[in-house]
Design a protein around this ligand. Sequence first.
Ligand code: FES
Ligand code: FES
Length: 135
Amino acid sequence: MAYSDKVVDHYEHPRNVGSMDKDSTDVGTGLVGAPACGDVMKLQIKVSPEGIIEDAKFKTFGCGSAIASSSLVTEWVKGKTLDEAAAIKNTDIANELALPPVKIHCSVLAEDAIKAAIKDYKSKSGQTEDEKAAG
Ligand code: FES
Ligand code: FES
């Protein structure tokens, strides 16, 4: 199966690989696994007091598409609000990377990971969905 140039680029030069202190109150951590293949993805965000994602890091134990998906997502979320980041869809990722159908679940993993990281950050910072809606 041929990978797209963008997948290969992110796979060979992954952006934002690394870890942040998961106990830090301004860091949200999402750790998700793909039941289909056993791959694991950790994605972390660092959030400013204004609710902007200042930094993002990932570590992925998985295939090239999973690594490319998480690399791409860390680039996309930087500078975004939590709501904007939560709106990222796996289809956006799959389209950008031109993933073939059998690799769609790799992009789902990245969507799940960013959502989990946002949820973790919110629960740590004591934000409820209502407070978020109120601004
Ligand atoms: Fe997950 Fe390929 S099945 S690495
Ligand atoms: Fe399973 Fe890519 S995450 S094959």
